[in-house]
Design a protein around this ligand. Structure first.
Ligand code: ATP
Length: 243
């Protein structure tokens, strides 16, 4: 059963800096939703709030997984991961001296994921044959695209139901961005995931997104109920497409 995410009227701040201002959005079961916005508009902050790394100063965040709705605000990141929510962080945050397999196994560090390690590792290697070939290689010696695959694989190792992906295109050549985006869509299909993806690369994001929201200065300034609606938005045209 696919999972869903609900965010209602969330504010968040870093000291005096207000980073989110009344953000509401939802991700329905099995959807891929794009969180669009240029640098510094609050995408990462929202991801951190969902994952329990930053406590909102106001608002509600709830996940419904296998029919049970859980309030996330006030829970620890560990509890939130155990519920079935995983993140592929911006910049990948891998351990460069550790091997591919060691990095993947770190994704299954929670007790809840340990029993399923053999199955999930096999799934990762099926989805990313290149990682199987390179399983003993230190991650720091791999290409950016391969490292992004390791980061995706690591998230999958905790058997998530909801996958948060923060700026997967950062630092990748265009062809690798396209491949990474396709891999996210493929993982989503195979695992029945619900996906919230923050992305600056509008064209790549809407290739796989069902819908999207545009964040500007911490507020949802536009929501498009289809990729076409997003492309037609004046805001998107102005910010992204230079029109
Ligand atoms: P990026 O792609 O650059 O990460 P973003 O859309 O994810 O952009 P955030 O990182 O969420 O944006 O930042 C939103 C706002 O909060 C920005 O004004 C940023 O400067 C500020 N901010 C982010 N992290 C911190 C922090 N640790 N301390 C103070 N201000 C911060």
């Amino acid at each position: 059963m696919a999972a869903s995410l609900l965010i209602e009227d969330v504010d968040a701040a870093y000291g005096a800096v207000r980073a989110l201002d009344g953000v509401s959005l939802k991700v329905a079961p099995g959807e891929t939703v794009a969180l669009l916005g240029t640098n510094g508009n609050g995408k990462t902050t929202l991801m951190r709030c969902i994952l329990g790394l930053l406590k909102p100063t106001r608002g509600r965040i709830a996940a419904t997984i296998e029919g049970t709705t859980t309030e996330l605000v006030g829970r620890s990141p560990e509890e939130i991961v155990d519920l079935g929510i995983a993140i592929v962080p911006e910049g990948r945050r891998l351990f460069p001296r550790l091997s591919v397999e060691e990095n993947l196994l770190l994704g299954a560090y929670r007790r809840s994921a340990r029993a399923a390690i053999p199955r999930n590792l096999e799934f990762c290697y099926d989805a990313f044959p290149r990682l199987k070939e390179r399983r003993s290689q230190p991650v720091g010696s791999m290409s950016g695209g391969e490292q992004q695959m390791v980061a995706l694989g690591r998230a999958v190792m905790c058997a998530p139901k909801i996958l948060l992906v923060d700026e997967p295109s950062v630092g990748l050549a265009p062809i690798l961005v396209a491949r990474t985006i396709e891999k996210i869509a493929e993982l989503k299909e195979k695992l029945g995931l619900t996906v919230l993806m923050a992305e600056q690369n509008f064209h790549q994001a809407i290739r796989i997104a069902d819908r999207g929201y545009v964040l500007v200065h911490g507020r949802v300034e536009f929501q498009g109920d289809s990729p076409a609606a997003l492309g037609d938005s004046d805001l998107v045209r102005k910010f992204y497409l230079g029109l």
